[in-house]
Design a protein around this ligand. Sequence first.
Ligand SMILES: Cc1cc2nc3c(=O)[nH]c(=O)nc-3n(C[C@H](O)[C@H](O)[C@H](O)COP(=O)(O)OP(=O)(O)OC[C@H]3O[C@@H](n4cnc5c(N)ncnc54)[C@H](O)[C@@H]3O)c2cc1C
Length: 379
Amino acid sequence: MITYDAVVLGLGVMGSAVLRSAAARGLRVLGIDRHHPPHALGSSHGRARMIREAYFEHPLYVPLVRHAYELWERLERESGTSLLRITGGAFIGNEDSGLVSGALESSRLHGIPVDVVDGAELGRIFPAFAQQPGVRAVLERRAGYLSPDRCVRALLDRAEESGAERRIEEVFGWEIDGSREGGRLRVTTDGGEYLTDSLVLAAGPWLPSLAAGQRLPLTVERVVQAAFAPNRPTDYRQESLPVFAWEFEPDRVFYGFPAIDGAVKVGLHHGTPVPDPDSASRDVSTAETAEIRTLVRKFLPGADGPLVEADICFYTKTPDGHFLIDRLPGLEQVLLVSSCSGHGFKFAPAIGELVADLLTDGTGGFDISPFSLSRFEGG
Ligand SMILES: Cc1cc2nc3c(=O)[nH]c(=O)nc-3n(C[C@H](O)[C@H](O)[C@H](O)COP(=O)(O)OP(=O)(O)OC[C@H]3O[C@@H](n4cnc5c(N)ncnc54)[C@H](O)[C@@H]3O)c2cc1C
């Protein structure tokens, strides 16, 4: 039986990025997914994923996202595929909202150029937005969006060019092979068994069930994403509307993109907790699309046209909304990678690099201690 340097469980955007970076370092790696990636059954699908630099969640993400921009651009050149579209971004809310104050804090600390305008000015610059009194908008030039399927495909193609292997199998479980602490692991699938020195758990919303009985502080949320054909298409073109996020009530965020293939993708940055992604309904109800349409009417009135598509996706959330990237306690050779609380896609190639650093025992250039599991201990 072959022994791999690393097995990557799950080939959404995170696992694909890890596979690519690990293979590029010369590691013998196997990626396993139970569906053919890119697919629409996990968290890495849809028309678009936002990328932005004035990171409202915390300034610590700014160096990581800057690295990710470089790596996405490099991947575009290497793959000859367009992955990233810069449209600018508008981050909107009351002056004291976490979204506006957080974006300004990251901008100030990291010297990111932004403009701040009021609601009337926002509506003048971008006629797609309804004019709302009392709001502030932080306008960022470098924000834009990534094309999810193309990104996953490009990462997997580069991984395979560097020698990574890939299998479409369902992982049933894994265990230490023998009794030696720090020893090899045996991964069991519906297609066979694999021995590996390290295991990267990148199973997204299925991660909690694959952590060998360890209770991880994670909640999986079922999230709806929808796309509408605009009634006033010229206001919603990529040249006319930036990507945006709008905190319309404390901690309630509506977000969206300019029209892609004729439809404006929008959603709420929150979902409904589900005990198990496999039992969550994949049908989107009329009530769910009606809730999103109400926000479209209020904030993007010219986008209130026919519903083009609506589907579900999952957030894998930590209690504080930040990432979880760490080794499994007591099992140094098992890495937890894909709990990014609904904002991780943009970082994938940078996370792939830092996980490849961990796999090769490098220290890397990025301190991941803020993403440690131990921050939840005792809480
Ligand atoms: C609606 C929505 C909008 C989002 N918007 C943004 C955004 O604008 N910007 C941003 O940066 N991020 C965004 N995110 C978050 C981002 O998309 C996710 O953080 C990211 O896609 C997670 O990828 P992943 O690879 O960790 O998980 P997934 O994509 O879920 O991949 C997990 C993989 O593991 C496989 N798997 C699971 N169990 C098994 C098993 N037993 N055997 C084999 N394979 C298995 C699955 O088939 C799946 O392919 C959004 C997420 C959602 C849902």
